[in-house]
Design a protein around this ligand. Structure first.
Ligand code: AMP
Ligand code: ZN
Length: 457
């Protein structure tokens, strides 16, 4: 049984799906105005592992992670770069996907964009207006938090505490300072950048919170199992999503479980442009650090806890993965059956316990020690297979021993030369075979002619 900590109830709960034949999960994805930092990556990786676990346990899982492609930050980036909104969002969406792929994340089932769901957003706002949960004021449409008495259930905030002294932005047209915008009129910059759509309330664009309510409904329906995102989104974003969706769909529970990943900080400070401490995934990759090392480093603390990023974390992860890969030296990894059925039981149990990845990593270390201590070759191979399958389950050990330790080597070229040499030997052209061996040597590649007639390098 899978257990998950539910931010809504503040308890670790047994996960009981709405329909165990089809699990549904929505996660707040990136705002595409810049390349991903390691905080964004932490969030993507946490839900990537949860996705694998749910698929393993239940089979069919629909995982939706949206792309916020209309937002003030995007508009500012387009203005600064004198570029169109579309070229900014297309560029950074592609970059985000590439970066997450480098970190061995699989693609979600759907990645809807806010701008492709404007009709659904407008219909949802109309619904809220008709049911008196929203009101128009000076070309804006606001959600009325007083119309939803359960407001604050997720964050613990009380409606009457959200007064003028709080950090909620006060607008002169709002009935209550906590009311938030569902639709705002286009301003001069919106006209210049064409970041506006027609609506019953004039040309404008949606507020951020309503986008996620609309996309969750469009792809998963009124009720679904899990809603995830970083803990920074608990309030106001997720609180507002709940208020909108539950008000629009009377009797709906919206998301049954709320999962939040802890924040990642750099040297114990919040990552921020003004502190010049933003660590980008792309910069780490460009400096030669492998995606898998970054992934492993992001597993360092339990997903709900904060993660304090330091340079040392990277080196520790590199060491650990080097140690793990050394165990694969004599294993034909390609022959390992990728089906997950033999993933080590204790390893899976750790993941089922509120996604305890650090505990699962301890189990991997214990398995590595066992493999090293075993002299029985058959047992060693079986243990190694189970070890590899477990590690791969969380997106590690995806390479072979050779790929891992031969950075910057053109594998295809080596394979081509090895095959050429094989053919030369077969034709008894030993001169040519020796020349190829020398050529490989100059490339710092040693080849071994094994007793069983195979050649490895
Ligand atoms: P954003 O692109 O800022 O909208 O964020 C995309 C996802 O990354 C959201 O689920 C955020 O909650 C999450 N996120 C953003 N910054 C961090 C961080 N420093 N640590 C962990 N998660 C984060
Ligand atoms: Zn969202």
């Amino acid at each position: 049984m899978v257990k998950l900590y539910n931010t809504l109830t503040k308890k670790k709960e047994l996960f009981t799906p709405i329909d165990k034949g089809h699990i549904k999960m929505y996660v707040c994805g990136p705002t595409v105005y810049d390349t991903a930092h390691i905080g964004n990556a932490r969030s993507a990786i946490v839900y990537d592992v949860l996705f694998q676990l749910l698929k393993f346990h239940y089979g069919k899982v629909t995982y939706v992670r949206n792309i916020t492609d209309i937002d003030d930050k995007i508009i500012n980036a387009a203005s600064e770069k004198n570029s169109s909104i579309e070229s900014i969002t297309t560029h950074y969406t592609k970059a985000f996907r590439e970066d997450m792929k480098s970190l061995n994340c699989v693609e979600p089932t759907h990645e809807p964009k806010a701008t492709e769901n404007i009709d659904c957003i407008i219909r949802l706002i109309e619904h809220l207006l008709i049911s008196n949960h929203a009101y128009e004021s000076d070309k804006h449409v606001y959600f009325s938090i007083e119309s939803y008495p359960e407001y604050g259930a997720l964050s613990g905030k009380k409606i009457d505490e959200l007064d003028h002294g709080s950090r909620v932005k006060v607008g002169k047209n709002k009935k209550h300072p906590g009311d938030f915008v569902l639709w705002k009129p286009a301003n001069d910059i919106d006209y210049k950048l064409s970041s506006h759509w027609n609506s019953p309330w004039g040309k404008g664009r949606p507020g951020w919170h309503i986008e996620c309510s609309a996309m969750a409904y469009a792809y998963l329906g009124k009720d679904f199992d899990i809603h995830g995102g970083g803990i920074d989104l608990q309030f106001p974003h997720h609180e507002n999503e709940i208020a909108q969706s539950k008000s629009a769909f009377g009797g709906s529970m919206f998301a049954k479980y709320w999962v939040h990943n802890g924040f990642l900080t750099v040297n114990e400070e919040k990552m921020s442009k003004s502190l010049f401490n933003i660590v980008k995934v792309r910069d780490l990759l460009d400096s030669g650090i492998k995606g898998e090392v970054i992934r492993h480093a992001l597993f360092k603390t339990h997903y709900r806890k904060p993660l304090y990023w330091t340079r040392d974390i990277i080196w520790e992860s590199q060491e650990t993965l080097n140690k793990f890969y050394r165990l694969l030296r004599s294993v034909d990894i390609a022959s390992i059956d990728e089906s997950n059925t033999e993933v080590y039981k204790d390893f899976i149990e750790a993941l089922k316990n509120d996604l305890n990845i650090p505990e699962a990593l301890v189990i991997l270390h214990e398995m590595a020690t066992k493999i090293n201590k075993t002299n029985n070759e058959h047992k060693k191979l079986k243990l190694t297979e189970s070890f590899v399958k477990s590690a791969r389950f969380i997106g590690l050990l995806k390479s072979t021993y050779q790929e891992w330790f031969t950075v910057g080597v053109d594998h295809q070229e080596i394979e081509r030369l090895v095959n050429l040499r094989k053919a030369a030997k077969k034709n008894k052209d030993y001169d040519a075979a020796d020349k190829i061996r020398d050529q490989l040597k100059r490339m710092k590649v040693t080849i071994f002619d094994n007793e069983d007639g195979t050649t490895t390098w």
